[in-house]
Write a protein that binds this ligand. Sequence first.
Ligand code: ADP
Ligand code: ADP
Length: 220
Amino acid sequence: EATIEVRALRKTYGPTVAVDDLSFTVAPGQVTGFVGPNGAGKSTTMRMIMGLDRPDGGSALIGGKPYRSLRAPLCRIGAMLDASAVHPARRARDHLRWLAQANGLPARRVDEVIDLAGLASAAGRRAGGFSLGMRQRLGIAAALLGDPPVLMFDEPVNGLDPEGITWIRALLRSLAAEGRAVLMSSHLMSELEGGADHLVVIGRGRLIADTAVGELLKAA
Ligand code: ADP
Ligand code: ADP
């Protein structure tokens, strides 16, 4: 199933408890907003989901399996965690071609994701000259390459202009409408207004709220 399941996840850095007994599920067919102030533990949680950081306790599963045991991981989960991860000398299209090739994905996907991410006019340019917003689009294109049922974006709205924010909202909505599980983090609740179906709110690594947006509006 297209889900992310986080169970009793825990991560400490020395005396800092970055993620503290955190449990939540990201359901298919929805955009789930992952909200909390800077330092709340969102990126650490997402890194652990992607197997980039080792939990001190608990587990994070993608379709029932840890990231590191996934076969064809790009076809299981696509993530944009750090928009500056691309080598500055690489041209956007070449980066995507390399990623596709390294993961055994068809070359035609490169042009498809360039279109999906709105990168057509910049695809031949070097990533080093990209604005943050363009780097976000490149990260989103990379995440979509394997056409995965689960998607995760860390602060994708950062560095985008209002038009870009409207665009990304529509993109995430359409990805969820296709039945995908979509997790998007933000340190601003307002960025998720009208964009998320479900909210997972954390503070100091701990769960504060896990609720459907519809329920929240009824209670207000
Ligand atoms: P968020 O993504 O919500 O802003 P982070 O997951 O980046 O939060 O950080 C959670 C906490 O863990 C913060 O106190 C942060 O300073 C700390 N932290 C994150 N990564 C590291 C690291 N590599 N080394 C030490 N502390 C870290
Ligand atoms: P490099 O540092 O060589 O560019 P990465 O750090 O980007 O490689 O990739 C490390 C691992 O993460 C690889 O196994 C790759 O399949 C996976 N990966 C890279 N980008 C993505 C993405 N956007 N979505 C999902 N997995 C990714």
